[in-house]
Write a protein that binds this ligand. Structure first.
Ligand SMILES: Cc1ncc(COP(=O)(O)O)c(C=O)c1O
Length: 384
């Protein structure tokens, strides 16, 4: 049986060039970047080159970048680090959205338990937050605003520029989780009103277990990990040198051909939708998420009458890997908090499946998977 991987939003395969960069760095000797000797200097140099690459790609200063151990760690460091620093300035409000990844939402809940006032903004049926509602929630007491760039379950993009401008006018810190948008959207930090930005390597064909946090110069921020003086005293712990080198390689490749990458994902997505309409019928399924303001590589759809679990199980039996929502909840039967926040019907929520596309996927795979999906749906409906 041939296997089809349509779960790139959960994690994406390392490309051969990235793997080569990883192996080259891992083979490069046993240097701890904090050591003063030649081996340590060589490891430090690798990190420094990687940091320069990100500074160039994101249009920021290298000193504004902190390497972390994951997107989750970047989010937590941003939120706890900024919220605690802001509390010392008498600001205690946190504003976020109902569709954030749990790395943000659960961290915000913890901050609420520590005494912060939390406002969770609702979203419309497409998963988009309203700028006017965000503006109404942000004032002079707001410490921090956290709004994701692109959603991991539906791909819906948020109006981060408008919200960021408003946050800046009120001297609130603006955090953006760009873990899914990175590698598909332009992120120019010189121009965008963003103070903190979280990224993760394994969503852009880099290795798992490496993240990046951008902290704009002058942003009030406290570290959350204490220990050594790595990352200019902002994130203690020996750096993942090979992982960081490979992450920089993956980012360089992604941004070297951003439009090709976007077009490729868009082509697979459209082919899949066209074939599904053909085989299943256009009125038999519905796409969840914004029709235009969206990332190109994520497709979330519901096939009423066929539960997410049965669809995923049957797809798996046919060699197709897809997902029921975010990777963290896909192993459980819990309905997606993102789709619930969009106020979709119970039937739509319980039959949602996420297909996400990327490196190595082909139109033939899209055709085949659409056909398999239609066949499974027909089989399931007969059983009803
Ligand atoms: C939007 C978003 N934020 C944060 C994360 C967490 O990243 P990591 O898996 O690197 O911890 C993910 C992972 O799925 C994500 O999609």
């Amino acid at each position: 049986m041939s296997f089809i991987y349509f779960d790139h939003a959960a994690t994406s395969p390392m490309s051969s060039e990235v793997l080569a960069a990883y192996v080259e760095a891992a083979n490069g000797g046993p240097g701890n970047p904090s050591s003063l000797h030649a081996h340590g200097r060589a490891a430090r140099e690798r990190i420094s080159l990687a940091r320069d690459t990100f500074a160039r790609l994101l249009s920021c200063q290298a000193s504004e970048l902190i390497f972390t151990g994951s997107g989750t760690e970047s989010d937590n460091t941003a939120l706890f680090g900024a919220a605690r620093a802001q509390r010392q300035r008498g600001r205690s409000g946190i504003v976020t959205t109902a569709v954030e990844h749990h790395a943000v939402l659960h961290a915000c809940r913890q901050l609420e338990a520590e005494g912060f006032r939390l406002t969770i903004l609702p979203v419309d049926e497409y998963g988009r937050v309203s700028v006017s509602e965000a503006k109404a929630a942000i004032d002079e007491t707001t410490a921090l605003v956290s709004v994701m760039a692109g959603n991991n379950e539906t791909g819906t993009l948020q109006p981060i520029a408008e919200i960021g401008d408003w946050a800046r006018n009120h001297k609130a810190i603006m955090h953006v989780d760009a873990v899914q948008a990175f590698g598909y959207a332009e992120l120019n930090l010189k121009e965008m009103p963003i103070d903190l930005l979280s990224l993760s390597a394994h969503k852009i064909n880099g290795p798992q277990g490496v993240g990046l946090l951008y902290v704009r110069k002058g942003t009030h921020f406290q570290p959350i990990l204490y220990g050594g003086s790595q990352e200019r005293n902002r994130r203690a712990g020996t750096e993942n040198v090979a992982g960081i080198a490979a992450f920089a390689k993956a980012a360089e490749i992604a941004y070297g051909d951003l439009s090709i990458r976007r077009e490729h994902a868009e082509e697979i997505r459209s082919a899949f939708l066209a074939r599904l309409s053909e085989h299943l019928g256009q009125d038999r399924f519905v796409v969840n998420g914004h029709p235009d303001e969206r990332l190109p590589h994520i497709l979330n759809l519901s096939i009423p009458g066929v539960s997410s679990e049965s669809m995923l199980m049957n797809l798996d039996l046919e060699g197709v890997s897809a997902s029921g929502g975010s990777a963290c909840t896909s192993g459980s039967l819990k309905p997606s908090h993102v789709l619930l926040a969009m106020n979709l019907s119970t039937e739509r929520v319980s039959s949602a499946v996420r297909f996400s596309f990327g490196l190595g996927n082909t139109i033939e795979e899209a055709d085949k998977t659409a056909k398999i999906t239609a066949t499974i749906s027909a089989r399931m409906r007969i059983r009803l």
